[in-house]
Design a protein around this ligand. Structure first.
Ligand code: AVJ
Ligand code: FE
Length: 443
């Protein structure tokens, strides 16, 4: 919402809140039994996510911003992610689905009253509507988490895709260069001005990045099948020691949700079985599988700085853009976002979303593993709470960039940083590869 006037900003926030809530309800519009059940020990029951988004909204917007009386203070601890592990959540005395829904409605009606009356400036929490933006992003992040739960669930489909928009597919997909050269030099990484940027994206700082080449499009299922057909999963040469241990411990032979039958690979997508589509970005691979593929291909994963320079650097102006295509908020022409499609678009899609250097699908489709550990930028300051980012710094987590088809436009941008354990596979994550440019310039 850069430069948006206050009244437009209020409307923009109200629309973002409403969009997030529609999604929360759509993802929990199934039988009670499905909401209460633990579909995987890696995930919360859906009914936990449901009331958790309300609990966070109550704490940040109703109490902190609105200075109103607590609505349900007795449930704070139940829905505190640091109090109870995901696997223990089904046995908690959680609010029933119908109670959760009325709690969300009660909270939201207070939030909308508060949005009418508070100034959207004057304190860091209110500036540019930050606290509201933080809660919109939070609810959308949980929508993506709930989609991962749905993907892990077994049984008849309960989610149905919205037809993809026409006009986003490239007619030039086959003609795109395989990789793009990014010359050595400095660029501005992170942001000090993006109103809804979270603490880990701040502050803006100059970073020198040596020259490199990076894939024009994400690695596809077809590309990944070539690695598999070449014995990629059984050759330790392509894996680090840690990666090989993970491959053996988890018995990996293919991306998660893939199955071989009748001489061909199938995948289950939200309860529907289909042949693996070769032109789609690969997803449901761990960091270690991505790393092994890259080594097999004679390449490597990009660093986080390389990813962000690819996505944001405009060589003509020398400045960093908000998104690959410019400063304009994402539309359906730019990127596959919002979760409706239930799938990534074929590699080479979204010519209108290309970066200044012609790299595609950096935003949307699949999160992308980078080789970097999640850590603070120089000058990092906790804001507004340690448990959003700071407690995850320190090397256990790898940075993911770009946002998947399941992410909402309010919760992705060129500076946005996500993170997860390098063994995670249920998330909507793929990757692209890179290589060093020769020191002399190699262009
Ligand atoms: C930033 C996506 C890693 O889902 O664990 C949600 C976001 N933080 N509730 C997560 C988050 C608190 C977080 N990620
Ligand atoms: Fe949360």
């Amino acid at each position: 919402p850069t430069g948006t006037a206050p009244n437009d900003l209020r409307a923009f926030i109200a629309e973002g809140l409403e969009r997030a809530r529609r999604r929360t309800h759509a993802l929990t519009a199934c039988d009670e039994e499905e909401l209460l059940k633990q579909h995987s020990p890696l995930m919360s029951p859906l009914v936990w996510d449901l009331a958790h988004v309300g609990s966070q909204e109550e704490q940040w917007l109703v109490r902190d911003v609105g200075r109103m009386q607590p609505l349900r203070p007795e449930i704070d601890k139940l829905y505190d992610a640091f109090e109870h592990s995901r696997s223990s959540r089904p046995s908690l005395p959680l609010l029933a689905p119908s109670d959760s829904r009325s709690y969300l409605a009660e909270t939201r009606s207070k939030t909308l009253q508060i949005l009418e009356r508070v100034p959207l400036e004057g304190s860091p929490l209110l500036q540019g509507g930050f606290a509201f933006g933080m809660m919109i992003q939070h609810e959308q992040q949980h929508a993506e988490t709930m989609l991962a739960t749905h993907q892990l669930r077994v049984g008849d489909p309960v989610l149905h895709p919205v037809a993809p928009e026409s006009g986003v597919l490239a007619d030039t997909a086959g003609a795109l260069p395989a990789e793009v050269h990014v010359p050595a030099g400095c660029f501005t990484m992170g942001t000090s001005v993006e109103p809804w940027a979270l603490d880990n994206e701040r502050p803006a700082h100059e970073v020198y990045v040596p020259g490199y080449w990076i894939d024009t499009v994400p690695v596809s299922n077809g590309d990944f099948l070539a690695f598999m057909d070449d014995g990629g999963y059984s050759n330790p040469d392509w894996w680090t020691a840690e990666g090989w241990a993970h491959r053996n411990d988890d018995g990996l032979t293919a991306p998660k949700f893939w199955r071989r039958e009748g001489g061909q690979w199938w995948r289950t997508r939200f309860g529907v079985v289909e042949p693996v589509p070769v032109d789609e970005p690969v997803q449901h691979v761990s960091f270690f599988e991505a790393e092994a593929y890259a080594r097999w291909a004679g390449r490597r994963l990009p660093t986080e700085a390389e990813w962000e320079k690819t996505a944001r650097y405009d060589p003509v102006s020398g400045r960093s853009r908000r998104y690959p295509w410019g400063d304009e908020d994402p539309t359906s022409r730019h990127a596959n976002l919002g979760g409706g499609s239930l799938r990534p678009s074929p590699v080479g899609s979204y010519p209108a979303g290309a970066s200044a250097l012609g790299v595609r699908q950096l935003i949307g489709d699949v999160w992308e593993w980078t080789s970097s550990n999640f850590g603070p930028y120089p000058g990092f300051r906790v804001f507004p709470y340690r448990e959003y980012s700071e407690v995850f710094f320190g090397g256990d987590y790898k940075v993911l960039r770009g946002g998947s088809w399941a992410a909402d436009r309010a919760a992705v941008r060129g500076t946005f940083r996500n993170w997860d354990y390098p063994i995670r596979r249920q998330i909507f994550t793929g990757f692209r590869t890179a290589r060093d440019a020769a020191p002399a310039g190699d262009s």
